[in-house]
Design a protein around this ligand. Structure first.
Ligand code: SAM
Length: 471
């Protein structure tokens, strides 16, 4: 097999096929990183940016106060960011329309089946859209485009500068037999090939100097298409892993590809910035290789509100840093009051609740704290977006409520866990304990019998049934 430019290798096609096959499992099994970028806090920050851009459009006389702001999400994946964003925009009473899209039909179907989507016809719509296919276009001129962990998934090209001359860093891909997804099995061999170097790459290469660098050719094509759809006026909110500046590109070296079912690359945001040219390019001050947030604007001369809002939200703060602080905090026992403050600072995000569920189960809250905790759990549940998989949010909530002695409430959450994650012996057993303590002997015993059918010989269930004389 001959070496081809990286963007023309079969890796990207295999990667798209992986997303089509995996559908929501790519998220439930955690094969793609997504929890922070799909969090309530990021949705809030995006909601603020969308509102700000809308204010700048209205100030410029380009939108009326009643007209909805039109948002297009590309490569939306499981759709949790959209879920949080819709709730934020509605609470803030911002008129909007969201066209949510993904190239994988399986993702689009899963998104369409969500209650929050079919409850909002004409406001939240789903569409299969390949950001790079000439056949596809959204039925709107978007004011705002969201692309989270999309640019890393679109094709990239690799280049090498040797003695001042630019070569394509081409790749030969062999696929040994096996059951793992193609992108994980593929064996790559790189070589420098002389080609006609595109003008942009020729202009950009001297910035990097000697060595290897990548150009996110798919992302650049996508941005060009977005500009066309939006008639040259829109705000693109991008979040991705990548190289935030030229220093990171220079230290990066060989093509940096990650394989996680599909394939993804570190996004050279320095190249995107160079390509974006004179147009406003806002970057979070704390952009890190693992995650950076970027806002790319075009078509508005004055973006006072947008800039100020960026500086007050994602431009200034590093959510990755905050997440590390949270993990450090949870290493040691914390008073319930502190945990509740942190949960509130994270806008009652269920993921954050799950991280603190263990310390909360171990804590001994006062009655007042207990009441606040129950309230916090209900608020966090409102933001819950089920993707299945190992994280059982309802069960985590149920066990904290159970410890608090909130039996009726805990039982409701155990039921939710059973509904979403299937009949598990531990959940049935805990629910049986709640039912029995609430005086519901019949349903409690039935659940214990179910525990024994799911887990024959279950000690607790056998003992309690014997005591009840209901074996
Ligand atoms: C890494 S996932 C990110 C998903 C989501 N934005 C998130 O943050 O969880 C990449 C998504 O992009 C989609 N995708 C891949 N190639 C695409 C393309 N050419 N156009 C639109 N979506 C694409 C995949 O189906 C997948 O859902």
């Amino acid at each position: 097999m001959t070496a081809t430019p990286l963007s023309e290798s079969p890796l990207w096609r295999w990667s798209s096929q992986f997303y089509e096959r995996a559908a929501t499992e790519a998220w439930s099994k955690g094969t793609v990183p997504w929890r922070l970028t799909n969090s309530v806090r990021v949705a809030e920050a995006y909601g603020r940016m969308i509102t700000a851009w809308r204010a700048d459009l209205i100030a410029a006389g380009l939108k009326t106060v009643d007209a909805p702001i039109e948002v297009l999400e590309l490569g939306g994946g499981a759709g949790r960011l959209a879920f949080h964003l819709v709730r934020w925009l509605e609470a803030a009473k911002v008129p909007f329309q969201l066209m949510w899209t993904d190239a994988a039909q399986s993702n689009v179907e899963a998104f369409r089946a969500r209650a929050f989507v079919h409850e909002r016809p004409g406001v939240v719509e789903a569409l299969k859209l390949d950001a790079l296919s000439e056949r596809d276009a959204p039925p709107m001129a978007p004011d705002v485009v969201i692309a989270t962990y999309l640019f890393d998934t679109l094709p990239h090209d690799a280049w090498a500068v040797r003695g001042g001359k630019v070569f394509s860093r081409a790749v030969r891909v062999e696929l040994p037999p096996g059951d793992a997804p193609e992108c994980e099995r593929a064996v790559l061999e790189w070589e420098d090939v002389e080609v006609d170097v595109p003008a942009f790459v020729r202009g950009y290469a001297p910035r990097v100097g000697e060595g290897v660098f990548m150009v996110p050719s798919g992302a650049l094509r996508c941005l060009a298409r977005v500009g066309g759809w939006a008639h040259g006026r829109c705000l693109v909110l991008a979040a991705d892993k990548g190289e935030p500046d030229v220093a990171a590109v220079q230290t990066g070296g060989n093509p940096k590809l990650q394989r996680h079912g599909g394939i993804s690359a570190m996004v050279n945001f320095d190249a995107i910035r160079a390509w974006w040219g004179w147009r406003p390019f806002l970057r979070s001050a704390q952009a890190e290789p693992d995650l950076g947030f970027y806002a790319l604007a075009q078509g508005l001369e004055t973006l006072a509100v947008t800039r100020a809002t960026w500086s007050a939200t994602l431009g200034a703060e590093s959510l990755l840093h905050r997440l590390r602080e949270l993990d450090a905090l949870l290493q040691y026992p914390q008073p319930v009051k502190r945990l509740l403050e942190v949960l509130e600072a994270w806008r009652f995000d269920p993921d954050v609740f799950v991280r603190m569920a263990e310390p909360l189960r171990a804590a001994q809250p006062t009655p007042d704290e207990g009441a606040l905790l129950v309230e916090a759990i209900d608020r966090a549940w409102e933001s819950h977006f089920e993707v299945g998989g190992a994280v059982d949010v309802a069960f985590e909530m149920a066990t904290v409520l159970h410890r608090l002695g909130q039996l009726t409430h805990a039982a409701r959450f155990y039921e939710r866990s059973l509904e979403a994650h299937g009949r598990h012996a531990t959940v049935c057993f805990n629910l049986a304990l709640c039912r029995l303590d609430l005086g519901d002997r019949e349903r409690g015993a039935a659940l214990l019998r179910e525990v024994l059918s799911l887990s024959p010989g279950h000690g607790g269930a056998t003992r309690i049934l014997a005591r009840l004389g209901a074996g």
